[in-house]
Ligand binder design. Sequence first.
Ligand SMILES: Cc1cc2nc3c(=O)[nH]c(=O)nc-3n(C[C@H](O)[C@H](O)[C@H](O)COP(=O)(O)OP(=O)(O)OC[C@H]3O[C@@H](n4cnc5c(N)ncnc54)[C@H](O)[C@@H]3O)c2cc1C
Length: 363
Amino acid sequence: MQGVFVDPVHRTARVAGGSLLGELDREAQAYGLITPTGTVSHTGVGGLTLGGGIGRLTRLYGLTCDNVVSMEVITADGQLRHASENENADLFWGLRGGGGNFGVVTSFEFRLHPFNSTVTAGNLVYPLELAPKVFEFAAQYAATLPPEAAIGMSLLSLPNGVKIASVEFIHCGALSTGAALAKPLRDFMKPLNDTIATTTFTQVQTQGDAVQGPGHRQYTKGGFLPKMQAGVIEAAVAAIQSARLPLMHGIFFGQLGGGAMSKVSPGETAFPNRDADYVTFMFLQWDEPAHSAPAIDWARQAWKGIEPFSQGFYTNFMPSDVGQRHVDENYGSNLEKLTRVKNKYDPTNLFRLNANVLPARGS
Ligand SMILES: Cc1cc2nc3c(=O)[nH]c(=O)nc-3n(C[C@H](O)[C@H](O)[C@H](O)COP(=O)(O)OP(=O)(O)OC[C@H]3O[C@@H](n4cnc5c(N)ncnc54)[C@H](O)[C@@H]3O)c2cc1C
C-alpha cells in the first residue's frame, strides 16, 4: 500500500500505510512543503509515525506523529475507522506514540509546512580522541541554536578498525544564517573533514540510506537523555575504544530539546518522552553469523555505561529483549489511558508484536 498524494492548497498529504519516508519527502518537496520524518529514506512511514517519529526537523516541527491530522485504521474487529481529533479521538490519541497496538493504519493524513529545499548541512569529522572536547562544546553550543538548526553527534568504529567522531549540523532557513550558525562549530577545532555546505534537504535525507541499507544483521539499543553530560560522552567514547570486532559499531546522539517536541505536553498524545534533551542509540551492523553473539554482547556492555544517564527509551528502537515491566514504565503516566484504549479497540491483544500495551489491566 504505497502512494503519497499532496494537496498543496490545504497543505496536507494523504499517505498510504506502506509508504516510505523518501516518497513523502520527495512528493512534499515538489510543492515546497515538508512534514518532519526520520533520517533514512527507506524507513516506513507506518511504524515510524505510530511510534513517534524522530528526525532532523523534530526541533522545528515536532515528532512525525504530532503532524498527523487523521488516520484510516482497521481495528481488531475488522472495522475501518476514521481517527482524528473529532472522530474516535481516543484511538487517534493512542495511535500517536502507541505504535502498532491498535490496528492497521491504511492511510495517514499529514499537515505540511512551507519549506525551502536548500539547507546548510554536513558533517565535521574528528579523530576519536577529540570527541570529549568537541562533543562537550557542540552540546553547549547546540543548546543556544534556534529550532531551525539541530546537531547530531556520532562515534564510530568502522569494520577496518578506524575510530572517528563526527558532528552533523543542519540549518533550514536563510543560507547566510546557516553559514553563520555553523561557523563556531567549524572553528572550534580543526576537523579531519568538513562537509558543511549548501545542499538540498532530500539529499541530506538520503545520505545514510546505503550505510543503513537492508540485507545485513543489525542490533540497536538506546534511550532518551534528560540532558547531555560529560559522563555519558566518556562512557560512549570508552565503549567505542573497546570495540574490536571487524564490523560497524556506532553510538549516536541526536538533539531534541528546546524545540517543538517539548512544547506538546506528555498527555496530549500517547508519546510520553517529551522532556528528552537527546535521543541516543547504538547501531551495529555485520554480515557474518559468527559475529552475532559478540556484537550483541558488546552492545549490552556498552549500554551498561550509558544507561545510567538515560531516562526511558524510544519504542521504535526497542530491542526484543526488553521486559514488559520496562515497556509499562516507559509509557509512564500515559499507560492507564493506553490500557483503556487497548481494551476498547483490541481486547484480545491481536496486535502484540510491538511495545505492547496489555489489555487486561484495569478492564
Ligand atoms: C535503518 C533505520 C533507520 C531508522 N531511523 C529512524 C529515525 O531516523 N527516526 C525514527 O524515529 N526511527 C528510526 N528508525 C526506527 C523506525 O522508526 C522503526 O524501525 C519503525 O518500526 C519502522 O517502521 P516500518 O513501518 O518501516 O517498519 P515495519 O517493520 O514495517 O513495522 C514495524 C512495526 O510497526 C507497526 N506498523 C508499521 N506499519 C504499520 C501500519 N501501517 N499500521 C499499523 N502498524 C504499523 C507494526 O507494529 C510493525 O510490526 C529507523 C530504523 C531503521 C531500520
